[in-house]
Design a protein around this ligand. Structure first.
Ligand code: AMP
Ligand code: MG
Length: 347
């Protein structure tokens, strides 16, 4: 009984207006996991939901141990510890592929995305919740260490290394998206075709609801996260949102958030309050939501126009919600009363 209550609670948390409650005939389960510095809520339907949830837990724990930079024994910590000493570190092929992917995003959106940002994240105190505002000179020095070109990855040999001493990796921008993809594969292997995975703001909708209608996912109002600017209908897709509101501190009346512009070493000031990327690929969605938040509206839309595999919801500082054409039918705008105007960006 208790499990059913928490299951229904999780379900109502994820689903909004228009989403039917599960019927008595549905077989499902839900679970909450704290990992990767965030709360994850998984809701699975199907006869084997219980055992699939266990597989999901196991997979998330494995990935946290692989990707964390605060766990000494993780492969990321090994890479960081050996920065600049020339030793090739053997990594799991999964991780070699992920590092190569992160480099490709860095190359596709120069100056926006860089997983070697760790020394700068540390300087702002985000890593240990010991917040401070670093000086310009300090940031300029640390930025010398930030360059994904000096992360050398050999996917065939499954090895990697950081070329210069002092360099460090931080996979915070894409670890949850990567985990979502792996969890999705793990539960699909157990026959699950219907699930909602909320990995700390990365929401993956597997399949559609039992009646064939899409899952509904709210896009939060970045200026008041208890409200939402609209609702997305999703089937077999992930919505990943990056926003300055997710993690920040204030000093002398100024707000400093956790998404850093690798060009300046300071929190990105791109004119965007949040970026949601909707894609069938959870890893792409997560990486791009961070990168395009730094890029800003114009570059984000230019990049979207050259691509086929994702759509966007942008909330701008001047109170506009900009949605790309592919979402025209599947996004319901609810932001008017919150003071937002609505625009559709076309190709
Ligand atoms: P997300 O919540 O997915 O947007 O990721 C934000 C996290 O990514 C931060 O907490 C950092 O760990 C990391 N990060 C911050 N800025 C960048 C950047 N420009 N490129 C890559 N990773 C970043
Ligand atoms: Mg991200």
């Amino acid at each position: 009984m208790k499990r059913w209550i928490s299951f229904l609670l999780a379900f109502s948390f994820l689903c909004l207006a228009g989403c039917g409650a599960p019927t008595v005939g549905d077989v499902g389960t839900s679970g909450q996991i704290f990992a990767m510095d965030t709360v994850m809520n998984l809701t699975l339907f199907g006869e084997r939901a219980e055992s699939a949830l266990e597989s999901a837990r196991t997979e998330i724990t494995r990935l946290e141990q692989l990707l964390s930079r605060t766990r000494e024994e993780s492969q990321i910590s090994m890479l960081n510890a050996h920065a600049g000493d020339g030793v090739e570190i053997s990594v799991e092929s999964d991780l070699a592929g992920l590092l190569a992917f992160a480099k490709s995003v860095h190359q596709a959106l120069p100056g926006c995305f860089d997983i070697t940002i760790a020394p700068v994240m540390d300087a702002w105190g985000f890593t240990k919740d010991a917040y401070r505002v670093p000086g310009e000179e300090e940031l300029a020095e640390l930025l010398e260490l930030v360059n994904s070109e000096d992360l050398l990855v050999d996917e065939q040999a499954s090895t990697a290394r950081l070329a210069r001493s002092g360099m460090e990796l931080d996979l915070g921008a894409l670890a949850k998206g990567f985990a979502a993809g792996r969890v999705q594969a793990a539960i699909q292997a157990e026959g699950i075709t219907c699930a909602m995975l909320d990995l700390g703001g990365n929401i993956t909708a597997l399949g559609s609801k039992e009646d064939g209608s899409p899952w509904r996912v709210a896009v939060k109002n970045p200026q008041d996260t208890g409200t939402y600017v609209g609702v997305l209908s999703l089937t077999d897709a992930t919505a990943s949102t990056s926003g300055g509101y997710e993690r920040y501190f204030e000093e002398d009346g100024v707000r400093y958030h956790h998404i850093i512009d690798p060009k300046t070493g300071a929190p990105a000031q791109s004119g965007l309050l949040s970026v949601s990327v909707i894609s069938p690929d959870p890893l792409l969605a997560d990486a791009l939501s961070t990168a395009l938040f730094v890029a800003g509206e114009e570059e984000a839309l230019d990049y979207w126009r050259q691509s086929e595999d994702f759509e966007l919801v942008l909330c701008t500082q001047d109170n506009r919600v900009v949605v790309t054409q592919g979402l025209e039918e599947s996004f319901r705008f609810d932001g008017e009363e919150l003071g937002y105007t609505y625009e559709i960006a076309r190709r």
